[in-house]
Design a protein around this ligand. Structure first.
Ligand code: DER
Length: 199
């Protein structure tokens, strides 16, 4: 991240380490958007300026964590229920950087896959994403209910397409490899840099 950039800030315990590190750099003229109220509040406490994601159309860079990273670069996100905003921010960024420790690496993606669902028609939507369970957490800042798909994830592309075709699914936590520019994987003091994943 350099002065003057537009920056998307992810959500979660990994990003909680990123924010003070970013603040310490004392960069000027940053314009940041946050993927959750928690990130917005913490960033502002640290003096990182955050604005609503209504005035910017593109971001230079977005940085976030992940719950799972597979060898092809598919991610599972949304353990914190913020995956819809996280995906919007990642897709708006010229460069989407994922920071993960090595425990997030998996040979194959596995459930749960987080979902955000509209309340309208919820029973019908739940049937269409079966097997899934509503999570006992507050609604997203956009009013969506958070659920977890508990079924087979052997073909992430097929499953993502299935979710994309259900109208009551606001978004899901499967992030395709083409969305991600860089994955930084920490193992002790070592950092492995993987890039790019796109076709
Ligand atoms: O909930 C989320 O989508 C988070 O970004 C998640 O993917 C990473 O959270 P963590 O840094 O707390 O493991």
């Amino acid at each position: 991240v350099t002065s003057g950039q537009t920056v998307g800030l992810g959500t979660g315990s990994t990003v909680a380490h990123l924010l003070p590190a970013l603040a310490e750099r004392g960069l000027t003229d940053l314009r940041c958007v946050a993927t959750s109220p928690a990130t917005a509040a913490r960033a502002q406490e640290l003096g990182i300026p955050v604005e609503p994601f209504e005035r910017l159309a593109r971001l230079d860079v977005a940085i976030d964590g992940a719950d799972q990273v597979d060898p092809a670069g598919w991610l599972v996100k949304g353990g914190g229920g913020a995956h819809t905003r996280e995906k919007i921010v990642a897709a708006a960024a010229d460069r989407f950087i994922v920071i993960a420790d090595h425990t997030k690496l998996v040979d194959k993606l596995k459930p749960p896959i987080p979902l955000e669902l509209l309340a309208f028609g919820l029973p019908a939507t739940l049937q269409n994403v079966n097997p899934a369970k509503l999570r006992d957490v507050p609604n997203s800042p956009d009013g969506g209910l958070i659920a977890d798909y508990q079924g087979n994830v052997s073909d992430p592309q097929e499953l993502a397409t299935r979710f994309d075709q259900v109208p009551g699914v606001v978004d899901h936590g499967l992030f395709p490899p083409a969305l991600t520019s860089d994955v930084l994987i920490a193992r002790g003091e070592e950092v492995e840099h993987r890039t790019p994943f796109s076709d």
